[in-house]
Ligand binder design. Structure first.
Ligand SMILES: [Zn+2]
Length: 153
């Protein structure tokens, strides 16, 4: 039943997805994978090309921050980084992807990601790359510089 609903939703949202992809500079897809240990990553799939794979369960657990991590994964493509597993990126590529997402993701998602990374009691099952506190600082700095940060906070 649950799967039927997911397939139904997929069919219904498909034309919208296709339209969104056609509008994007670079063609890409997002695919859910409940077994992913990360919130999201970018991967080259044999038939679909480059895709952002995300874990819908972890997304539910972390809320709006999920959108930021999907943007981070997509940023690796937009910044012409090699497509690697999350832990294989250099610190400078990770910082650049965080900064790209900080500039381009919706303000609420950026703020949710910073709060999530800065929270030492965050969801323990979520696998992260790098030092979370450092990432939170870098993301906020980039968002503020791009005027993509809520003022008065
Ligand atoms: Zn990354």
């Amino acid at each position: 039943m649950k799967h039927g609903l997911i397939i139904f939703c997929f069919i219904v949202t498909m034309p919208l997805l296709l339209a969104a992809c056609a509008a994007a500079d670079k063609h890409f897809w997002e695919l859910p994978d409940e077994n992913l240990s990360y919130i999201a990553l970018i991967r080259t799939a044999p038939r679909s090309g480059t895709v952002v794979v995300y874990n819908p369960k972890l997304c539910q657990a972390v809320g709006e921050a999920c959108g930021f991590f999907r943007s981070h994964a997509f940023a690796h493509l937009m910044l012409n980084h090699q497509i690697l597993s999350p832990a294989s990126y250099t610190q400078s590529h990770e910082d650049a992807a965080d900064c790209y997402a900080a500039r381009n993701a919706p303000v609420a998602e950026v703020r949710a990601a910073v709060d999530f990374l800065a929270d030492e009691d965050r969801e323990p099952q979520v696998r992260l790359t790098g030092d979370p506190a450092e990432r939170a600082k870098n993301i906020r700095t980039c968002a503020e510089a791009a005027d993509n940060w809520e003022t008065g906070r």
